[in-house]
Write a protein that binds this ligand. Structure first.
Ligand SMILES: Nc1ncnc2c1ncn2[C@@H]1O[C@H](COP(=O)(O)OP(=O)(O)O)[C@@H](O)[C@H]1O
Ligand SMILES: [Mg+2]
Length: 310
């Protein structure tokens, strides 16, 4: 449905987007994950035809939208990070107002608002003024505005930054509802937990480049990240840490506090068992252990040496 090829965008001498390629299929939820400043907003602004790239192509259903932005505009719903609503109007009136800009009125807009308020999960407060809403509710109305013209592709720019957990869940739920209606979503975030939870495929972006892409499983597989084990002992870890570091399977030891540490191993899944057996044999005073599932944060750390939120 959407294909981006070697897209480049400069601000003066600075290259914010450096030759990236990506694609989105119909009905797919795709994540664009990267730290602040990676170039995510710049990328999606070009897809939303807000400005043109210096070079590269963006194809929508095979048509070049850099040359002909009108091809995508009726089918794309862009939800910017900044909230753009009339505070003194109610949520309902805002949706009605923006609907009118799309030529919706009368019965059509009524039905559309009813449908959208279900998708964004905000039916009960719709008649209240926007000025009385929480940041998260405003964000949800903002998403609703982006859905008024029944887009086939919805692009959301960090929709959950700085909002309450309840609204966050509603937004993640909204993405799932859109998917179930066959709508494609490009979801931009620097929260890997969200991207892991809702996206089928993920592009990881850093310094204007896509540094990895694939399903979550494939990304974890590619970067050969091992799950770790959190271990708790009845005696201070200082007494046993050298012995643990010396074990053949252990590649990394991270001390959490006097009695707790995380270890990572180079072996396959069975190395957990080997390590536990060795800890028993050396009378380490192990009280409990907890397997730490590998995640995208570790993929990013592995590839860049930095955390996603540094
Ligand atoms: N209008 C602009 N002028 C100059 N530099 C910009 C402008 N917009 C963004 N940048 C820079 O481009 C880089 C990418 O920005 P952005 O696309 O907003 O990243 P992200 O959305 O991933 O945080 C950042 O280093 C940012 O400072
Ligand atoms: Mg941004």
């Amino acid at each position: 449905m959407l294909e981006v090829k070697t897209l480049k965008k400069k601000y003066g001498e600075f290259t914010a987007v450096d030759g990236i390629s990506l694609h989105i299929n119909k009905g797919e939820v795709v994540g664009l994950l990267g730290p602040n400043g990676a170039g995510k907003s710049t990328t999606i602004s070009m897809i939303a035809t807000l400005f043109k790239p210096n070079s590269g192509e963006i194809l929508f259903e095979g048509e070049n939208i850099v040359k002909n932005p009108k091809v995508i505009q009726p089918f794309i719903g862009y939800v910017p990070q900044e909230i753009a609503l009339y505070e003194t109007l109610s949520g309902y009136e805002n949706l009605k107002y923006f609907g009118a800009l799309y030529g919706l009125s009368g019965k059509a807009i009524k039905e559309q608002i009813q449908r959208i308020s279900k998708i964004i999960g905000i039916e009960d407060r719709l008649k209240d003024r926007v000025s009385t809403y929480s940041g998260g509710m405003k964000r949800r109305i903002n998403i609703g505005v982006g859905l008024l013209h029944n887009p086939k592709l919805v692009i959301m720019d960090e929709p959950t930054v700085g909002i309450d957990p309840q609204s966050r869940n509603h937004i993640l739920e909204t993405v799932n509802k859109l998917k179930s209606e066959g709508i494609s979503v490009l979801y931009t975030s620097h929260y890997m937990e969200e991207v892991e939870a809702i996206c089928e495929r993920i592009y990881i972006m850093d310094h204007g480049k896509i540094i990895a892409d694939g399903t979550q499983e494939a990304l974890l597989e590619q970067s050969k990240i091992q799950s770790g084990m959190k271990l708790k002992f009845e005696k201070p870890v200082a007494q046993i840490v050298d012995q643990i570091k010396a074990m053949a399977w252990v590649t990394q030891v991270q001390i959490l506090d006097e009695y707790e540490m995380i270890i990572r191993s180079s072996g396959n899944g069975s190395s957990h068992k080997d390590i536990l057996n060795a800890l028993m044999a050396m009378n380490s005073g192990l009280i409990s252990f907890d397997i730490q599932k590998p995640d995208l944060e570790q993929v990013f750390l592995h590839m860049t040496g930095r955390g996603l939120r540094d």
